[in-house]
Design a protein around this ligand. Structure first.
Ligand code: ZN
Length: 81
């Protein structure tokens, strides 16, 4: 049984750190912050027990982030499968 981690706002300094660690590029498609809007993503989703720790954060562009959420969100799956 996985305990859901509460979602906390990610501080700006942490976001900057994560973007910088990934060279301001989406880790999935490689687009840069000049080509797309970058977001901070939880590698293991909070709903699956992932943490808010920096080691669980990565840079994804908004498209890849949305695609990943659709994949992980069981409610979304129910509507579309
Ligand atoms: Zn991307």
């Amino acid at each position: 049984m996985v305990t859901k981690t509460p979602r906390i706002p990610i501080p700006q300094a942490v976001r900057e750190y994560v973007f910088e660690r990934n060279n301001y590029k989406c880790r999935s498609c490689g687009k840069t912050n000049r080509q797309t809007t970058l977001t901070v993503d939880h590698i293991i989703p909070l709903a699956k027990g992932g943490s808010n720790d920096m080691s669980n954060l990565q840079t994804l562009c908004e498209n890849c982030n949305r695609r990943k959420k659709d994949y992980y969100d069981p409610r979304f799956k129910r509507y579309y499968s």
